[in-house]
Write a protein that binds this ligand. Structure first.
Ligand SMILES: Nc1ncnc2c1ncn2[C@@H]1O[C@H](COP(=O)(O)OP(=O)(O)OP(=O)(O)O)[C@@H](O)[C@H]1O
Length: 312
């Protein structure tokens, strides 16, 4: 199987700051690749290089096997993109907005607007003014513009940014349909792992310009660590008792006690007994899996989980 997108030691420096630092990735055709990083990690810079909008300082990138060189119009035929919050003419309908875009993109097929509306389930909204669309449908309209010329590759910068949970689900289902049923390769950037982990087949994590981890979505659950979550009526006293008894723990963002110590996780009954003997019976004592956001932060900071709670 060929690669839709490949980068080789791709680097972009701005006045000595490496916004993207030696990133090499390979994305198989028809898959969805999630590119994750905090704000300022280098995601947009990477996307701009993939689209030939800015020139790499070092390294190279390839779309469908062809090297991307700046201002090479041939890659636009293969690629559709949405690099910022999609803007539409608010007073015009969905159809009118798409029709303008069809002409701007020199798409000759007059059926293209109808086809893309069908594909994106926008047909029911074609006569609705853009300003009256839900956020999810406004995002669909943005993606529709990117798909008008039937590209094989779709590049989306933070496509779920600002969407409510229903809108996120809508976009997620749409992207899965495009990849699974239409063979489109999708590169999607985000700073929210949990939002895109359900959609993508592979995840690349970027931090300070560097690709710090790459995992298949299927492997993600296996990488998550377990922790024991403890809640009593007097967590401060319970925490002191645990420390005196040799347990390491920290407070989570809800004010509960958490321990990643294997002895605590394997034998929570010992902790339950200890707390009860000291009149601090637990009202909650559960072994839980680290959530995806915590995993993401653990990887990008390179710190132990214990230190992450200051950030979370
Ligand atoms: N044109 C530029 N000139 C100088 N520095 C830049 C330029 N573009 C980006 N940077 C810097 O490069 C780094 C990466 O920025 P980039 O926009 O790629 O990050 P990002 O992951 O997309 O973040 P965000 O989600 O906030 O857009 C940041 O430190 C940013 O300030």
């Amino acid at each position: 199987m060929g690669y839709a997108i490949q980068t080789n030691q791709l680097t972009k420096s701005y006045n000595g700051l490496k916004a993207v630092d030696q990133v090499s990735i390979s994305i198989k055709k028809g898959t969805i690749y999630g590119f994750l990083g905090l704000n300022g990690a280098g995601k947009t810079t990477m996307i701009r290089m993939l689209l030939g909008m800015i020139k790499p300082s070092e390294g190279s990138c390839y779309i469908d096997g062809k090297q991307v060189v700046q201002a090479n119009p041939s890659i636009w035929e293969k690629v559709g993109y949405m690099v910022e919050t999609p803007r539409a003419y608010p007073e015009l309908t969905v159809k009118e907005n798409l029709e303008i875009f069809r002409r701007l993109r020199l798409v000759e097929n007059k059926q293209a607007v109808h086809n893309v509306c069908e594909q994106l389930k926008l047909t029911a909204y074609v006569n609705k003014k853009a300003k009256h669309l839900s956020l999810g449908n406004a995002q669909r309209l943005g993606i529709a513009k990117a798909l008008l010329h039937q590209p094989e590759i779709l590049i989306l910068d933070e496509p779920v940014n600002g969407l409510d949970p229903a809108g996120i689900v809508e976009v997620r289902e749409l992207l899965l349909d495009l990849a699974e049923n239409h063979g489109i390769t999708i590169f999607i950037s985000s700073h929210l792992l949990s939002e895109i982990s359900k959609t993508v087949s592979q995840i690349g994590i970027i931090h300070e310009g560097k690709l710090v981890d790459e995992v298949k979505a299927k492997q993600l659950n296996r990488l998550l660590k377990e922790r024991l979550v403890i809640h009593t009526r007097h967590n401060a006293a319970a925490g002191r008792l645990l420390s005196e008894s040799g347990y390491s723990w920290q407070q989570n963002k809800e004010g509960l006690i958490e321990s990643y110590q294997p002895e605590a996780i394997k034998k929570p009954e010992n902790i339950a007994r200890l707390l009860t003997e000291h009149q601090l019976p637990p009202v909650r004592l559960t072994v839980e899996e680290e959530d995806l956001e915590a995993y993401f932060l653990r990887v990008i900071t390179g710190k132990g989980v214990e230190q992450l709670h200051g950030i979370l």
